[in-house]
Design a protein around this ligand. Structure first.
Ligand SMILES: O=c1ccn([C@@H]2O[C@H](COP(=O)(O)O)[C@@H](O)[C@H]2O)c(=O)[nH]1
Length: 245
């Protein structure tokens, strides 16, 4: 269980350590959490993550989307847990045994390091993909069917929730119940462009569809006034139980 002031995680996608640290320090009081992903981690590594996390009180989503054999993913999750993230993730396409190994490694590492176990989420189909993109990978059923199948497999494997687009949130909520976490990138306020995202909704629509957490990057980080952009997004969302006013 993670406590957030609101459901918005700001994706800080940059290779620049100072920029990431400054933004995390400033935006941590506005958004619910911050997200660091492959671009930042590949350039700045663990030390970079530690510095950014220290600059902000906000919970950290370490979005490294592990996709490898079970033993390798377990080792990577173990290393990630020592950075005290609130959320980590793997690709559901890695399969049942890999997802089970990830959850087990997260529990064991949390106990060993004396930290809270992060939520372990599974990425279903990337929000940058539509039916045509998916079929080019050899998966010929519609994105929505593939997301449902991967989410069901993730839940059976002990995973806490999935990364999906807001388009699939309502059906996954109906399929998998209230406790299964739905984290949605592909979120765009009406005043922002889609960029490379293909399955998008506005923040308000995404929450109404059943998303627990929203990930918003460029509409905030690319704005002339990132804090004002984040405030605008957050202020339009309904307040939910336990969220700060
Ligand atoms: O399916 C997915 C999984 C992860 N992401 C990540 O979320 C952010 C979105 O950034 P925007 O700038 O708001 O598009 C980014 O870090 C992705 O790596 C995703 O978009 N879709």
């Amino acid at each position: 269980m993670i406590q957030l002031r609101n459901p918005v995680f700001c994706a800080i996608d940059t290779t620049d350590l100072n920029k990431a640290t400054r933004l995390a320090a400033r935006i941590g009081d506005t958004v619910g959490g911050i997200k660091l992903g492959l671009e930042f981690f590949t350039s700045q590594g663990r030390r970079g993550v530690e510095q950014v996390a220290k600059a902000s009180e906000a919970p950290l989503f370490l979005d490294l989307k592990f996709h490898d054999i079970p033993n390798t993913v377990a080792g990577a999750i173990r290393a990630a847990v020592s950075l005290k993230p609130a959320i980590v993730n793997v690709h559901a396409g890695g399969g049942r045994t890999m997802m089970q190994a990830a959850v087990k490694a997260a529990s064991e590492a949390a106990a060993e390091f004396g930290v809270a176990r992060p939520l372990v989420l599974a990425v279903t189909v990337l929000t940058s993909m539509d039916d045509g993109d998916l079929s080019e990978t050899g998966v010929v059923r519609p994105v929505s069917d593939q997301v449902r199948a991967l989410a069901a497999l993730a839940r059976e494997s002990g995973i806490d929730g999935v990364v999906c687009s807001p388009h699939e949130a309502s059906v996954l909520r109906a399929d998998l119940g209230a406790d299964f976490k739905l984290l949605c990138p592909g979120v765009r306020p009406h005043w922002a462009g889609a960029d490379d995202q293909k399955r998008i909704m506005t923040p308000t629509e995404a929450v109404a569809a059943g998303a627990d957490y929203l990930v918003v990057g460029r509409p905030i980080t690319g704005a002339a006034e990132p804090i004002a952009a984040a405030e605008k997004i957050v202020s339009e969302l309904p307040r939910r139980n336990g969220e700060a006013s």
